[in-house]
Write a protein that binds this ligand. Sequence first.
Ligand code: ME8
Length: 648
Amino acid sequence: MLHTCKKAYITTPIYYVNDIAHIGHAYTTIIADTLARYSRLSGLDTFFLTGTDEHGQKIEEAAKQRGESTQAYADKISATFKNLWDDFDISYDKFIRTTDAAHMQGVQKAFLKMYENGDIYKDTYKGHYCISCETFFPTIQLVDDEFCPECGKSTTIVEEESYFFKLSAYEDKLLAWYNDNPDCILPRSKRNEVIRFVEGGLQDLSITRTSFDWGVKLPSQIDDPKHVMYVWLDALMNYVTALGYGTDDANMDYWPARVQLIGKDILRFHAIYWPAFLMSLGLPLPKHIAAHGWWTRDGEKMSKSKGNVVNPKEVADAYGLDNFRYFMLREVPFGGDGDFSQKALIDRINSDLGNDLGNLLNRLIGMSGKYFEGKVDTSDVATYYQSELDEVHASLAKLEPLLFEMQIHRYLEELWRPLTVANKAIDMYQPWTLMKEGKEKEAMALNGLIATILAKVSIMLYPVMPEVCTKIASSLHFVIDHHNWTRLAKGTTLLDTFTLEKIDPLFPRIEEPLLTQIEPQDSAKPDKKQKKTEEKTEGIALIGIDQFFQTSLKVGTVIEANEVPKSKKLLLLQVDVGEATPRQIVAGIKEWYSAEEMLDTQVCVVANLKPAKLMGLLSQGMLLAAKDENGLCMIRPEKPKTAGTPIG
Ligand code: ME8
C-alpha cells in the first residue's frame, strides 16, 4: 500500500545562468535525483525540484558582455541546464526559473509579509560587494582590504539606499534550531562551522539594490520602484514559490523539505539566511540541509578561463550515464572534495561494476544456461543457503538510514556486500562440482540464491543506476517498483521461478581513457621514460595518438567578424563551436582575409588552448591555417559540418 500521506520534498540549488553546467552541477543534481528515486520507490509521495537562478548583477553583466538582452541570454542558458537534465533522465517534478511570473509574485508576497511584521527596514548600505559571489562583505573580511575572501576577485564599493532584513534578531532562534536538531545540517561537521559563525554575531542583511534593475521589484504596496530585490532573497524563495507560496499554495503540503541539497560554497545562505527568512514568514524549517564537497580537476577549481572544466555530457556519453552516476556517488564521501580523473572512473567501472556486479550476472547466465536451460528455481534456496540469505538481509537492512544521513558512499559500499556473498558462494559451493556429484537440487538452489541476491541488489541500486538495474530486472523477470521493493529489498521474499533472459555484458572492460582531451594537463608533458624513447622521422619528433588527441580540434562557424582597430594583422571573430556561447578568437589573418570573407564560413578551431590576450582582447582559441611563400590559407572542412563537430 502506498503511504500517500507521507511526503518527501527534495531540492537542488537553482543554478546561475552565467555559465553552462559542469560536473559539479551534475553531481548535486544526480544526488538529488537518487534521493528522489529512492523516496518514490519506498512509497513516499515525492516532489523533486530543480531550476535556474536568473536575476542579479552577475547575469546582467554576462548578458551585456555577449551583447544579448538579459532575458534572451537567461532563456538560452536556462534551456541548456534543462536539456542536460532531460538528457540525463533526471526525474524532477518541476524546473523553476526565477524569471517565472509566479515565482516573482511569490517573492513579492514574502517580502511584504516580512515588511509588515517588522523584519524589514530602510537605511543606507555602505560597503564592499562581490559581483561574482553576489555577496556583501564587511571590510574586515576582505583580503588586502579589497579582494573577495571567497573567490579572490576584486570587490566594488557600494553606497546606496537599501532595505535591510533584521537577521541579527534571529541569532538566538537559529542557534536553538541547530542545537535542537543535530541533523538539520549534514554532514554534522558543517553544522559546527555554522554554529561558530552565528555565535560570532550576525549583522542585518541588505536585501535590495538600486544600482541595476535585473531583479524582482518590491511589492507595489511598498511603492519604491527604484529598488530590486537582492538576488539571494529572490533565489532562496524558489523552494517555496515552486510549491505555490504566494500564489495558489497548490503544493505547499510538501513543505518542509526533507532534504535540500547544496554545495558547501552556499552553506551560509542556506543554513543562516534561509531559515531566518522562513522563521520570519512563519513557515517550518527544512528537515535537512545537506552540503556536499567540491569537485576539482588536478586539485584546482574548475573554471572556463583555466580550460579545465569537465563537461558531464561528454563523460556520460563516453562512459555511460549510469556508470558516471555510480562513480560520482561512490568515489567521494559526501561532504568531502573529489578530484575528477578518468583513471579513477575506469577503475570503478572495471572493478566494482564489471568484476563484482556484471560478472555475477554473467556467471548466473552461464550456470543456468549450461545446467538448467536458463531456468531459475528458488524453492530450495532457504534449505541450503539460509546463512547466506541472513547475511544478505542484514546488509540490506542497514541501507536506508545511510542514504538519508547522506552517507551515500557507505550505502553503496554496504550494498556491495551481498554481491561478495554471492560471488563467494559460487566459489565455495562450485555448481560444476555439485552437478558432477549429482547434487542437482543444491546447484539449482545456488542458482536461485545468486538470482535473488542480484534482484535485491538491483532494487536498492536502482536509484543510483536506473537504466542498468532495469535491464538486470528484466533479465530476471521482475519489475522494480514499490511492491517488489517491499517484498524483495526490505523483506525476505525470494524471486519466483522463471527462465532467465540473456543480456549482453553490462560493463565491457575499458582499457584506455575514452576522452583524451580531458586528461590531466600534466600528462601532456612527456615523462622521463617517454623522453628516452622519443622517436623521430625526417627530423620531426613522433608523438603517440594520445598526445595528438590532447589537442581538442573542432569545426567552428564564424558568426561575427570585425577588424581590430589600429591593427594591420588582426581580425576579431565570434566563432560558434557548438557551446552555449560563441568563442571570441583574435586571428592574425587580416593580410589574407577580410572580415566579410570570413563571415559565415567554417574553420577548424583549436578549442583547448589557454585563453590569451592580443591587443587587450581575449582570444579563446586558434584557427588552423597553412602558410607558404604564396601566402596563408585557412584549413576548412570539405563539406559543411555542424558547429562543434570534433576533428580527429
Ligand atoms: O550558487 N563541485 O549557483 P551556481 C561541486 N545560484 N559542486 C559544484 C561545483 C564544483 N566544482 N560547482 C558548482 C549558485 N557546484 C546559486 C544557488 S540556490 C537558492 C542559489 C554545485 O550555479 C554546488 O552545489 O554557482 C553549488 O552549490 C551549485 O552547483 C550552485 O552553483
